[in-house]
Design a protein. Structure first.
Length: 394
């Protein structure tokens, strides 16, 4: 066992800091007894190289206003080229406090009141919130679910994109919660449809760096110059390196005119300030984090093997096989419970605090999103409790 793996196995008290996943604000009354598997982060320490970079920055002791370190964009573009074969010119990269801020700014800047933004549920719930909060219309093109696998409804997308109010698509690539790493062919079709109908693609690629064995991530903008010109991408090391509370994000905007408009809105909202610790963490992640990332992906892969094996032996629940992310989309529809009864069953009988499926849209009813980025001993215990709950007559 290597040092990384030993660290992943360690059960760390995340309540020692106000970690959202383990917080009463998320878990509710009596939540301290539950296994927290909701919020999408990992229960592991960050990579030693990141912790060292933060310590070095802390030791400097002065925390006045800072510019972006020169090394940061180079580290980011180097990472995107080496890992994803995606060549990004440095001037296309704009900073942002986080990915949701990017989505909000692009909705406000590149659509007008009354315009519609397409989403493909079940999908990360904040997509709908961002659209609602910016007073735009939500246009839903639910994913198709056949033979245990999700795929985009391309005919539905074509119909929706043809509507005059359709101006933008929020694409989740890879897709939270169903775990698809969309294929080049699927993305190519989405690109074709969106360009044909003047729909701007906003590709949220925050989960890009956690693909599971045998799967690859294709950055939407890497499809070709046409796709890139009709795309704004949002990337961040927050998920893959588990630094969400100490991280910023990048908007990658190949089109120069759009870049200027984005910059102006970001400046109006004063959303373009720097954080010394985020900068240090991100440079370390992209420059030196690859070995740790390989180790965490291997550990997650082993967790997935355990999850798959145990779930296969249970009655009433099926795993929708994830290709990316550390999130498992579990199908409990065979239990025949209402969404409320399913949540109550998982909470009271299995001791699980998960994200309710219908939080991702009505298409998610009967499902739950289970975060498996935790020490293996905790995962084992959680699966045993679910097995016992189901045996007792879920
Ligand atoms: C698809 C997706 N986008 C964005 C976010 C949030 O990103 P940020 O914290 O950078 O706003 C999440 C977090 O769960 C996510 O899953």
């Amino acid at each position: 066992m290597d040092d990384f793996e030993r660290e992943f196995d360690e059960v760390i008290d995340r309540r020692a800091v106000p970690a959202l996943k383990w917080h009463r604000a998320v878990l509710g009354e009596g939540g301290e007894k539950l296994f927290a598997a909701g919020v999408a982060d990992m229960d592991f320490r960050a990579a030693p190289v990141i912790r060292q970079a933060l310590q070095a920055r802390l030791a400097h002791g002065v925390f006045g206003y800072e510019a972006w370190p020169d090394a940061l964009v180079e580290a980011l573009t180097g990472w995107l080229a080496a890992r994803h074969g995606w060549q990004v010119a440095p001037e296309q990269v704009l900073r942002a406090p986080n990915v949701l801020n990017i989505l909000s700014i692009v909705a406000a800047t590149f659509t007008a009141p009354g315009d519609g933004i397409i989403i493909q549920p079940p999908v990360f719930f904040d997509f709908a919130d961002v659209i609602r909060e910016n007073r735009r219309e939500i246009l839903t093109n639910p994913l198709l679910f056949e033979n245990g696998r999700y795929r985009p409804d391309l005919a539905g997308l074509e119909r929706l994109a043809a509507r005059k109010e359709a101006r933008m698509l929020f694409l989740c690539n890879p897709h939270n919660p169903v775990g698809r790493a969309w294929s080049r062919e699927e993305l190519g079709e989405i690109d074709r449809i969106c360009r044909a109908h003047g729909v701007l693609v906003v590709a949220d690629e925050i989960h890009a760096d956690i693909t599971l064995a045998g799967h690859v991530h294709t950055p939407f903008a890497s499809l070709g110059p046409g796709a890139a010109a009709n795309c704004i991408s949002a990337v961040s090391p927050a998920k893959a390196f588990n630094i969400a509370a100490c991280c910023q994000a990048f908007a990658i905007i190949p089109d120069a005119a759009r870049r200027q408009r984005y910059q102006a809105e970001s400046s109006r909202m004063n959303a373009n300030k720097n954080n010394a610790f985020s900068s240090a963490a991100m440079v370390a992640a992209y420059r030196e984090g690859a070995p740790w990332l390989a180790a965490v992906r291997a550990y997650l892969g082993q967790n997935l093997v355990l999850l798959r094996t145990r779930i296969a032996a249970m009655e009433g629940v099926e795993l929708v096989e994830p290709e990316a992310t550390f999130l498992a989309w579990l199908d409990f529809r065979a239990l025949g419970l209402t969404p409320e009864a399913l949540t109550a069953f998982l909470r009271r009988e299995a001791g699980w605090a998960v994200t309710r499926g219908e939080a991702f849209g009505p298409e998610g009813a009967g499902f739950a999103r289970f975060n498996f980025a935790c020490p293996r001993s905790r995962l084992e215990a959680a699966l045993e409790r679910l097995q016992a709950a189901l045996n007792a007559g879920g």
